[in-house]
Design a protein around this ligand. Sequence first.
Ligand code: 26Q
Length: 835
Amino acid sequence: MDKKTTLSKTDYKWIEELPPLSTGVDALTHAFSHYYTYFLGRNRHNKAFHYHYMALSFTIRDRIMERWKKTYGAYADANCKRGYYLSLEFLMGRALGNALLNLGIDKNTKESLCSLGLELEEIEAAEHDAGLGNGGLGRLAACFLDSCATLQLPVMGYGIRYEYGMFRQRIENGRQVEEPDRWLRGGYPWEFQRLEYIQRIRYGGKTEAYKDARGVLRHRWVETNDVLAIPFDTPIPGYENNTVNTLRLWKAVATDEFNLDEFNSGSYTEAVSTKNEAENITMVLYPNDASENGKELRLKQQYFLASASLQDVIRRWRVVLKGDFKDFAEKNCFQLNDTHPSCAVPELMRILMDEIFMTWDEAWSITCKTMAYTNHTLLPEALEKWPLEIFERLFPRILEIIFEINARLLAQVAFKWPGDNDRLRRMSIIEEGETKQIRMAYLAIAASFSVNGVAELHSELLKKGLFHDFYELWPEKFNNKTNGVTPRRWLCLCNPLLSDLLSKHIGKSWISDLQQIEKISHLADDPEFRKEWQNVRIENKKRLAAMVLNDCGIEFNPLAMFDVQTKRIHEYKRQLLNILHVIHLYNRIKQGDTDNWTDRCVLIGGKAAPGYAMAKLLIKFINNVADIINDDPDVGNKLKVAFLPDYRVTAMEIIAPATDLSEQISTAGKEASGTGNMKFMMNGAVTIGTLDGANIEILEEVGKENFFMFGLTAEEVEKTKANYNPEAIISESRELGQVISIIESGHFNIFEPGIFNPILDAIKSPDDPWLVAADFNSYLKAQTLAAEAYSDKERWTKMSIINSAKSGKFSTDRTIKEYNRDIWHLSQVKPKESL
Ligand code: 26Q
């Protein structure tokens, strides 16, 4: 028989006929040794755990792979509606432990490694965090993927495969030093390059109008400089359900014809080096957690993600599913993670009109039925705007489409509010002025059928403030989806001792139905259970103390209260208020005012955006204060202060289970939601917090007696700003006055005179937007109450138990169910055969 015919006749049945891989101990051991020896070529002389980690990951990955294929088979068979989560950030952290947990093979794996004389924990520690995000927004995306897979919803994540993730932070002489995060250096075993799904992304060039064969006016985008987008797929396993979803990350590479001119004219090396320009697009994650305006490369990244992902979805619709575009909107839904991917709006319009040849109305109808936008910020200065000139140069066709969207939006506004020119100016997607700018949020709102905030208060404030005009135009679009965190990573994985205790008393159902955790609340009155709870917490605190000793050289006593604030360093989050309180405690010790003292270990961690001078100065301030206090023999064990370098997902996995007091102290009305607050609460920390973001909902769940509330409300903050006089507050408050005097005396910077003046000036300024002085006294009272409560061990343990017990609402399973019920309307699809 002809060889060629045989090949083309292959029906690939042999793939279907592959027997499932065993997850038994012996099979795991065999696969592990095989990968270690043959695939990786290592032997007994290899001491680093990196290759053990690789071998184990490949072993587990094989077992994920068959489930992955079955999941996609089931999605195809069900011809179901799909959701796409478009995000510039996915802060995944480590994958191995999560895969073991969700596949339910952690026990067998441990046993298998043990038989080889190896320890799982050591191997897990060799994994580098996938830190492709700044903070809350990026980690939320990662938790959402976990919940979508666990709920068996056909949702795919689309993002960028940055070569360099969030920078690594070192502290040198108290100051932040940034180092590149080469997370891919040793190879990333969880990704699959998919060259078959490469996409072409256009930049530059110009637009042309032409008439098609039927005489219809059409547009094309020509003479572009193209870049290729290569997808890399990472599996997202659901919790013990055989579903495996996909996170698809795009990498930019040059096209072969890149700079053909130069190539032909003989300058081969120049032609090759210009390839860098294309490949730069996905080189680095921008490390700002508030928008950095005007950086052209960032906008190129944003369009790159939007265009590659949309082309990919449309390719699948046309080629694989052979879908009719009249059904497209019923079968597809895009969730925009903030405005960062909002180029997806004009890009979808472009593809539908210029490549599928739809009319404007047909394309607009599809776009408006498929786009949904989530806002994550209330700070007006953080709303994304881009100079029109950059759009014109980088994506002329996209700009034309934005103009048309805006013209139609303004026509609608003019119709509803005739003669209201000020409103037209306010609502225009194009901000007029010296440099015209595109308001990305307005573009996203105009095209989305759903606009949501991330906590009740935040969603209300959006309607009253930032987006008020749009709320008046389209009230039906606005809704709330309070954030959550996945209990798999943020309880099961990170707190095995507490997980075992919970499961022993209430069974394991809480892992995929966190509301069940409520069942432990009555056990708060059981002294026996409290003892068990305390034992778990002490062990977790020892684990954190070891990390603090190792990373900061400071000894934390596990019996002291662990008072923790970890999050990005930002003025609105008010790490300053925290450190002022620390100085107050120090002052009390120095004055001998230590009756009924509660020992405290204060831990602060977080990264400052490299260009944010004030945030960087705050890090220096915290470190200097810590140095003085920790070195003072008068202080001893009463107070310890540490700044933990390189705060990241993996650090939080140690921190949250060991925290007693969770600091959530932003100026009210500024923190959209917060999600660290939920991780701490779930693990049994009590919150000291303002009435901001999701703190309010945490307070509602636990009640005032289990929460240390303080500070001005969002409404009061706005009123106070009108005639704010911090100097008066300082002179009227003995405690704050003394704290300020100590700082002014140069006590924390004897060899660097004056360096903290900008901080003092900020506190004293009537224009301080964060009202640090205004909330100080109220914060101090709440802190005193917290210290008092902690000194009564049984009372504190009850509070701790109640906080965990009431954390059911803050699972992303609940959040995702709400997104699905109100926005996506996807059906659950189960893979056919169970393995
Ligand atoms: C935009 C343009 C250019 C460069 C950078 C950016 C940029 C990048 C990241 C702007 C903002 C971010 C991140 C924002 C963020 O993390 N917000 C947080 O989102 C959480 C999840 O909803 C909330 O819980 C937090 O309250 C919110 O601060």
